[in-house]
Design a protein around this ligand. Sequence first.
Ligand code: FE2
Ligand code: FE2
Length: 253
Amino acid sequence: MVIRIAAVGDVHLDEDVVGRFRPALERLPERADVLLLAGDLTRHGTEREARCVATEFGGLGVPVVAVLGNHDYHCDEVPQVLRVLRDAGITVLEGDSVVLECSGGRLGIAGAKGFGGGFAGRCASDFGEPEMKAFIRTTSGIADRLGAALREMDCDVRVALTHYAPVPDTLAGEPLEIYPFLGSYLLGQAIDSAPTGLAVHGHAHAGTERGTTPGGVRVRNVAHPVIKQAYSVFHLGEQSMSSQVSARTGSGT
Ligand SMILES: [Fe+2]
Ligand SMILES: [Fe+2]
């Protein structure tokens, strides 16, 4: 019983990028049961760029499940972006979940964009100015919804999908000074509150691929600049996980 999960983040689509991933995606149904997109699907979050995402990742022959990233929020067109993606058949998670029937079992995916705040001993706290409290309460609210979504799924294998990082391990390579803007330990706590099999995120372009939550959940940074291929594929069984390389993107990404 193995479920095959393809994942990539930070594809930052615009018209000049369309077509770069598609050749590698054409054979996806042979290699994976689902494709996860870990946010920053667009360059600046415009409806026009979302249509590029729909062109590149629509109609792949496997379910596509996504979360948005900070870039997808930039132009304040989130409702339009969501509509375009969903019209293309892409499931976009915002603190909720989806369970897919795969040949290897029921795959539950809980997803949320996440937000910043930092990691144990080096983190923002719910104290002081209203702006600081609003910042950390944004993260804690998202983490609470992610944790609840993970715990409530009825499935054989659980996967957490975020844009922001749940652990600092996968940020190695990024400047320490920006860690609080790259993720939060609260996301890691949410992931550890359920028997999660794998956590996938993006956002940290200069980070590292592999990490682990304090509770032992494997974390993978699948930001495209990190994995340097169209997608990575992870094989999840009830007890174990392995990863494989997959097809490369065209040159220049
Ligand atoms: Fe990004
Ligand atoms: Fe990002």
